[in-house]
Design a protein around this ligand. Structure first.
Ligand SMILES: [Zn+2]
Ligand SMILES: [Zn+2]
Length: 332
């Protein structure tokens, strides 16, 4: 019989197909050109060396050419950098001016790479650059929440293939983040524990959904994962704010993220995916009960009307089977 499982941290329910579950091998992506099949440099690409739009540049590492990584303002930003944050509430219409940050982190001068193909040091550099930008943006009192996210491939919503990750600094805290924070606070009030610390220690005890571990982090497929190969990477040290991660931790996380993304790349043939760094709201850090983490969501199946109608998901792959499959993939 299928099982309904609930994630105790998010309260989200999922139907896990058990009997007619899809085997991991069936979710391997079809033969098609993958990231490494692209040219190393492309004439029309705004992120390739020689084509840089310098007026949009925010920072680069190193400062002298050749650069390894650049941060630029998004040419078509979702939010405007300049302006006041104003609120207007009129009857049922509620509005806040669209001020905020929308930046793009160009991860490499190479057009045909992605973290799965890079070195651990390169992935760590990206995480460090986000911390530098995040710390600066956090000083801006108009900003309440920073979202760090990666779109890789068509089905993950990417528009430019050159390896890049984005950051949006929002003038509000989105509802889903606020709802999760409230659940975490309630759990802490009831039990005296951080829900993600509890979940992590439980996953590490059982080991059946663990994908990979490092000194400071562990990657696992949650018990109630919403989709196949949906992975959470949690810091072992309790901390709510990504911007407080230490240099040692980010160096270690770079290595683990590379390993996990490489398992997906090799095992599922460069699947389209998103990943997100989930960190606490800037003005409401919830230091005792919120816990930052990275989530990776491969887009190997499509969601549809049921998800829209119920807010629930159907996961066609058992988390335990998916984790065992990924553990076996040799990423080296
Ligand atoms: Zn390029
Ligand atoms: Zn915790």
């Amino acid at each position: 019989m299928p099982e309904l499982r609930q994630n105790i941290a998010t309260k989200e329910w999922v139907i896990i197909a058990t009997e007619r579950a899809t085997r991991p091998e069936e979710l391997v992506q079809p033969l098609r050109p993958t990231t490494e099949d692209r040219p190393e440099w492309e004439e029309g690409c705004p992120f390739c060396p020689g084509n840089e739009e310098l007026d949009l540049e925010v920072m680069r590492i190193p400062e002298r050419d050749p650069w390894q990584l650049r941060v630029v303002r998004n040419k078509y930003p979702a939010l405007e950098l300049e302006g006041e944050r104003t609120r207007t509430f009129e009857g049922v219409h509620r509005q806040i001016s669209g001020v905020g940050y929308h930046e793009v982190l160009v991860e490499s001068p190479l057009h045909n790479t992605c973290p799965a193909l890079e070195s651990a040091i390169e992935v760590s550099l990206m995480l460090e650059a986000f911390k530098i930008r995040g710390r600066e943006i956090a000083q801006d009192q108009r900003i309440e929440q920073i979202i760090y996210f990666k779109n890789h491939g068509d089905r993950a919503g990417t528009s430019l293939v050159h390896p890049h990750t984005q950051l949006i600094g929002l003038p509000i805290v989105p509802y889903s983040i606020r709802a999760r924070a409230e659940e975490a606070r309630r759990y802490f009030d009831d039990t005296g524990r951080c829900v993600l610390c509890h979940m992590l220690s439980d996953e590490l005890k059982g080991d059946q959904r663990v994908v990979a571990k490092s000194k400071f982090f562990a990657a696992f497929i949650p018990y109630a994962a919403l989709s196949p190969f949906h992975i959470w990477i949690l810091p072992r040290r309790h901390e709510s704010n990504y911007l407080n991660a230490t240099a040692h931790e980010l160096a270690d996380l770079g290595g683990l993220m590379r390993r996990v993304l490489r398992k997906l790349y090799v095992g599922l043939r460069d699947p389209d995916h998103n990943y997100v760094i989930r960190s606490a709201p800037l003005h409401d850090l919830g230091p005792e009960y919120l816990h930052w983490y990275v989530t990776i969501v491969p887009r190997v199946t499509r969601s549809a009307g049921f998800e829209l109608g119920s807010g629930m998901f159907i996961n066609v792959a058992r988390p335990e089977t998916s984790a065992a499959f990924l553990r076996e993939v040799d990423e080296d």
